[in-house]
Design a protein around this ligand. Structure first.
Ligand code: LIP
Length: 267
């Protein structure tokens, strides 16, 4: 902890930045929507929140690089200190007034995530974790569920709507988990689903082809809450790593991975 004293102070400031700017999402009126792909959207609010958070982060941490979903992430030094921001994770939810979106910010030092912040403005829940310090929701310590077997779990499976080519794989995965678990869920925002695993509302979550800003902060929150996160089919890009993510309460991880490998990864 001593080692990260300065980072921790900065992390606390970043929490307030995310909260202050993120809560504007709740007040947002109809806003302009642009299609990045047929089923991949960006709204005026994504851009506004990103611009404001980036501006504030530059003020409080001028030496940090910044990766963010709605900007070109080129010529960055990914080996040093870095923020990874998704200004609205769950943009499709936001567009449809399905109030499950998060503002996700990870603090990275030499390739390792040391801080994770995910703010859910619609429920005013602030999920945070700093490496080695546990995970919290609105300052209350959280931990993963104690479900021991996949057959007793509630499991979320993402569909990665921006990547229709792999829809078969997503729905085979859904079916596989549905066959075994109590039931499946799909919330539509990776960061939110990860925080739900961290707080025991879900026992596990998996989705393929996520971008680093979708999962960086949430993955640390799961780990610090006692859960486990593993990655599949990692693809390094200029700005980070795309990957399939499996996040669980740890107890059901092996079983979930076995199911994924046996029934889904062959598709
Ligand atoms: C979205 C995710 C969602 C996933 C999509 C997309 P966005 O993030 O969180 O769960 O299925 O592929 O990445 O685009 O709303 O920030």
């Amino acid at each position: 902890m001593k080692q990260y004293k300065k980072e921790y102070e900065l992390f606390e400031k970043a929490i307030e930045v995310v909260r202050e700017i993120g809560r504007n999402l709740v007040l947002a009126e109809a806003c302009e929507i642009r299609q990045k792909g047929q089923t991949d959207f960006v709204t005026e609010m994504d851009v506004a929140i990103q611009t404001q958070i980036c501006g504030k982060l530059k003020e409080i941490a001028p030496d940090y690089e910044l990766i963010a979903e709605e900007k070109r992430n080129q010529d960055l030094n990914l080996k040093g200190k870095l923020w990874i921001l998704d200004p609205i994770d769950g943009t499709t939810n936001f567009i449809h007034h399905f109030c499950h979106s998060g503002i996700s910010l990870a603090m990275v030092d030499k390739g390792e995530t040391v801080g994770g912040i995910v703010y859910l403005p619609f429920t005013d829940e602030m999920f945070t974790a700093f490496r080695g310090q546990g995970a919290y929701c609105n300052k209350e310590r959280i931990c993963v569920s104690c479900v021991k077997h996949l057959k007793d779990s509630l499991f979320s499976v993402g569909t990665n709507p921006g990547c229709r080519e792999s829809a078969d794989k997503a729905f085979v995965t859904m079916r596989a988990f549905y066959d075994v678990c109590h039931d499946i869920r799909r919330i539509g925002a990776a960061s939110v689903e990860l925080c739900y695993v961290a707080s025991g509302r879900l026992d596990g979550y998996t989705e393929h082809g996520l971008k680093v800003w979708d999962y960086a902060a949430g993955a640390l929150i799961v780990q610090e809450a006692g859960g486990r996160v593993t990655y599949q089919n990692e693809q390094k890009t200029e700005w980070g790593t795309n990957a399939g993510v499996m996040a669980t309460n740890n107890s059901i991880h092996e079983e979930a991975m076995e199911l994924l490998n046996d029934r889904c990864n062959k598709k």
